[in-house]
Design a protein around this ligand. Structure first.
Ligand code: SF4
Length: 439
């Protein structure tokens, strides 16, 4: 039996995918079968935008790539929406067919991958090749087209039940990046994505659904070390939504002798003070900080568990240790006023010396978040969901006080410049965050 694991277009082609590398390791240890990863996102981008791959990566190359690729992605999504084949469809399909798979499984991490995946699933159905889907971006339209599996355990249950294969318990799941071709990635050097834990130990932020209310579980440090050594790569992108100080310091001990450079995302809380020198010495070069707001009332309402004074100290100490600070700001958290938005602008101006890049986003109401579940606590008076053809419905809402969603849109455009002027790194690195390791 042969299984092909697909990572479909479109998303950034700068890192190898983690999800299918992990699945390959888990399933190949569970059963005696053939299994292969196919990163069609990387293959599509390399073929469609080949002119970018023959040049040395630079801020200009990434900026130009972003400018050229975005309209192509949307044009193709539109084609699929209108029931036409997207570009390079035959080529992508033939890469799957060439493997003569008995089963094809799709991993969907971003909404932008749902379109091309849908077109491929439809075509595979015509060829009588069964498909499976999984990942955080799967929506109810795709549930109807393919078999949805929650995780690797359900995947193994499915194989056991449907293919009558004998199953073993995997000993140590080391993500396997060996099926990917280094030349397929638009990157200065190969960066591998890894996680150190599942879910988030904090789980309090009112806007967040990333942890999906799952239990926090840590991956053994020895396993992380073996994965890096086995991959042979020297740059790591830890995509955990957040890592505790204790865990960061344990990681630093493991990573220092490996001489890797690494990136991670953190909550700027005061417990981190005093640890940045050790973290830098272990290879930490860039951090994305969930600052979210420069106004204390808004931070408290978000349950962020941080305060403005400590955030400044954290950014300063991190910067002075040589680490690049990338800062996330949310605009328009329900009840936020225009004056409170100005507090965020003032905050980044006052701390501009310590900030390398800012990523602003408008607040989006997520099903399952605390704001969605207890709207009255956040001044939300009405929630509506407008259905869409390929993606999950779009949620809109009204607020009792503060900026309306329309104001937020208007002010985001109007004051974007006030945030962007702080940037010391070209803004395209918000989409290629792991590349800040090479700046
Ligand atoms: S925003 Fe980050 S720290 Fe807050 S709950 Fe979500 S994952 Fe955890």
């Amino acid at each position: 039996m042969k299984i092909i694991l697909i990572y479909p277009p479109f998303c950034s082609p700068s890192t190898m995918p983690h999800s299918i590398s992990y699945l390959k390791s888990f399933i190949s240890q569970s059963f005696n079968l053939k299994i292969k990863c196919l990163d069609l996102n990387a293959k599509f981008n390399k073929k469609r935008f080949k002119e970018f791959y023959s040049q040395k990566c630079s801020p200009e190359i990434f900026t130009e790539f972003d400018k050229v690729s975005r309209p192509i992605y949307s044009k193709n999504n539109k084609l699929i929406y209108q029931n036409n084949n997207p570009e390079l469809f035959k080529e992508m399909l033939s890469l799957i067919k060439k493997e003569s798979p008995d089963l094809v499984a799709f991993s969907l991490v971003y909404n932008s991958q749902c379109f091309y995946a849908q077109a491929l699933i439809q075509e595979l159905k015509k060829l009588n090749i069964p498909t499976l889907i999984g990942g955080p971006a799967v929506n109810h339209h795709l549930y109807e087209m393919s078999t949805f599996l929650v995780d690797e355990h359900q995947f193994a249950d499915y194989i056991e039940k449907n293919y009558n294969l004998k199953r073993s318990v995997p000993k140590e799941v080391i993500p396997d990046f060996s099926d990917f071709d280094k030349k397929d990635y638009l990157t200065e050097e190969i960066v591998i994505p890894l996680r150190t834990s599942h879910s988030c130990y904090y789980k309090q932020c009112a806007f967040c659904t990333h942890h999906q209310s799952q239990n926090y579980r840590e991956i053994p440090l020895e396993q992380i070390k073996k994965t890096i050594i086995k991959s042979g790569y020297k740059n790591v992108f830890f995509f955990d939504d957040m890592i505790s100080k204790k865990r960061l310091l344990e990681l630093a001990t493991v990573l220092k002798p490996l001489k890797v450079k690494w990136w991670c995302q953190l909550r700027p809380s005061k417990e981190l003070l005093g640890s940045f020198k050790t973290l830098y010495d272990s290879g930490l070069r860039s951090v994305s900080w969930g600052v979210e707001s420069g106004n204390q009332r808004v931070l408290d309402l978000m349950c962020k568990g941080t305060n403005i004074t400590d955030i400044s100290k954290v950014l300063k100490e991190s910067h002075e240790s040589g680490i690049k600070n990338l800062v996330f700001i949310i605009i328009g958290f329900p009840t936020e006023t225009k004056e409170e938005l100005f507090d965020s602008i003032k905050f980044v101006e006052n701390n501009s010396k310590y900030i390398d890049l800012i990523s602003t986003s408008r607040f989006g109401l997520q099903r399952g978040s605390k704001v969605f579940m207890y709207p009255e606590k956040y001044g939300i008076t009405e929630i509506k969901e407008n259905s869409r053809t390929i993606l999950e419905g779009q949620i809109t809402y009204k607020v009792k006080s503060g900026m309306t969603p329309e104001d937020v849109k208007k002010f985001h455009h109007r004051y974007l410049r006030s945030f962007v002027k702080i940037n010391k790194i070209t803004k395209v690195y918000n989409y290629f965050k792991e590349q800040t390791l090479f700046l």
